[in-house]
Design a binder for this molecule. Structure first.
Ligand SMILES: Nc1ncnc2c1ncn2[C@@H]1O[C@H](COP(=O)(O)OP(=O)(O)OP(=O)(O)O)[C@@H](O)[C@H]1O
Ligand SMILES: [Mg+2]
Length: 464
């Protein structure tokens, strides 16, 4: 009943039926138009593809009494143009291999001929329900992204909410802080948030990348120099500490600081004074120091590679950022955030990722964390020419991930249906290799064949 309701609500859902049999076309129009769908028909692949380009239907039914390659080719062309389209192939020569191939090429289903209309109506009702949920989710994501931002940091994960609370609490008071986390987890973003919410001068955030400091120049870089202090010192120059007076100095990659520089930094932390190279005068500085590292400083201390006293000075406030894999709930939110950002930058009407692309993203381990995610979405947006980013726009390493069908409706499937889908999924993942699939499913190869032929028999039985 609920599904029938959805059908009448979404009467703008267009279904294109490409069928070379005029009787079939009439039958499909009759059977489905009653359900409040707009059914358009075409008699051959080329006319069908043209109509597809013109009306952009949400669903396509392809039933051609033609070689399988023709149907597959048509399927591929349509999916490439609109990855979110729901295509169902109908064929005389149904086989599980073709079904796997069709699903891999982006089909939603592959049915044997003659069409079981009850089943087809059920499938279409499923598309409608899913389209509606997706539409709602897209709207919701947009609202969520806006609601889940803290000083430009997007997250709704409990771990990050704790980080936000900590930033809010310590920003007005801290003198030194240490931000730790793997590469690309947002350490600099957090440092900037700390600065923004602190009483430091708003325009004074000085970045010092410790890994880029040349040992022989560390002192003059950090402390500055006076004219004539060394060859080439033609005029007085303030160092980074002085430039950050009344503001924040961000010591990025602090784990790379040499032992000599560590000692000098410790002195500044203790005395709050700096003296330019070649000068006899020390100046007081009012500094807030934020250090960041993706290395484990405690281990470095144990190994004698980082000064213990410096570590304890810096880590008065320590903020640890979780890896993206430990806050997967942020993935759709961040995807949406970056899609909006790059769609605007490239002036393209990109609404989001297809379900298939989202599934691949969800199973990827993201070693480069949010920086990697940002660059993946940035590149995909640059290449995209449709409304949705599909797997073709993702880098190979992400395309190669297992795809997981959306669980939207799975709660309502029977166990048998879920097993069927799972077997198909595993087969898809292993490129149709039944021996490998049997191994993964923990059954003998014969069982897989039996299962597949039973499925095939059932399909034939249902449609007989
Ligand atoms: N939670 C987030 N919300 C939005 N953008 C984020 C978030 N986290 C990181 N970013 C973005 O990801 C990129 C990497 O973040 P950032 O430079 O702060 O990471 P990092 O930890 O300093 O990385 P690295 O160790 O490689 O220097 C930046 O472009 C930043 O704006
Ligand atoms: Mg950084």
């Amino acid at each position: 009943m609920a599904r029938q309701g959805q059908m009448s609500k979404l009467s703008s859902f267009k279904l294109l039926a490409i069928d070379d049999d005029p009787q079939n076309r009439a039958l499909i129009s009759d059977a489905l138009s009653q359900q409040g769908l707009e059914v358009l028909t075409a008699s051959d692949p080329e006319a069908g593809f043209e109509l597809f380009l013109r009306v952009r239907p949400r669903g396509v039914l392809v039933d051609l009494n033609a070689p399988e390659a023709t149907e597959m080719d048509l399927l591929e062309r349509m999916v490439r143009i609109d990855p979110s389209v729901n295509v169902i192939l109908v064929s005389d020569h149904y086989s599980e291999d073709s079904a796997v191939e069709a699903v891999q090429k982006g089909a939603c289903d592959y049915l044997p001929r003659p069409i079981d209309f009850q089943k087809l109506r059920h499938r279409i009702a499923g598309f409608l329900a899913e389209a509606e949920i997706r539409q709602k989710t897209l709207g919701l994501d947009h609202e969520l992204v806006r609601a889940c931002q803290f000083e430009g940091i997007v997250s709704r994960s409990p771990l990050m909410l704790e980080v936000f609370a900590k930033i809010r609490r310590v920003a007005p008071h801290f003198r030194t802080a240490l931000i730790t986390g793997a590469t690309g987890t947002g350490k600099e973003l957090v440092a900037r948030a700390l600065h923004t919410l602190s009483p430091a001068l708003a325009d004074r955030f000085v970045v010092c990348n410790c890994s880029a400091l040349v040992e022989s120049l560390v002192e003059s870089e950090l402390f500055g120099y006076v004219k004539g202090a060394f060859t080439g010192a033609s005029q007085d120059k303030a160092g980074l500490f002085e430039s950050a007076d009344c503001g924040v100095i961000f010591l990025d990659e602090i784990g790379e600081l040499s032992p000599g520089a560590q000692a000098k930094l410790l002195r500044v932390l203790q005395d709050h004074k700096v003296r330019r190279v070649g000068s006899t005068v020390s100046r007081e500085v009012d500094l807030r120091i934020i250090a960041a590292t993706n290395r484990d400083l405690r281990t470095m201390v144990r190994e004698g590679k980082f000064r213990e006293d410096l570590y304890y000075r810096l880590a008065v406030v320590e903020i640890g950022l979780p890896a993206l894999t430990n806050r997967r709930e942020d993935l759709p939110l961040l995807e949406r955030y970056f899609v909006e950002k790059f769609a605007k930058e490239y002036e393209k009407p990109i609404a989001g990722l297809t379900r298939r692309a989202q599934s691949r993203m969800a199973t990827y381990p993201w070693p480069g964390n949010i920086r990697e995610l940002e660059s993946v979405i940035g590149n995909a947006c640059m290449m995209a020419d449709g409304k949705f980013l599909d797997i073709h726009e993702l880098p190979d390493r992400i395309q190669a991930q297992a795809s997981d069908q959306s669980p939207t409706d799975e709660a309502l499937f029977s166990l048998e249906e879920i097993s069927r889908r799972h077997v198909m999924r595993v087969l898809e993942r292993v490129g149709g290799n039944k021996a490998r699939a049997a191994e993964i499913l923990g059954v003998g190869r014969a069982t897989i064949y039996q299962l597949l032929s039973r499925m095939k028999l059932e399909k034939q039985g249902e449609s007989a």
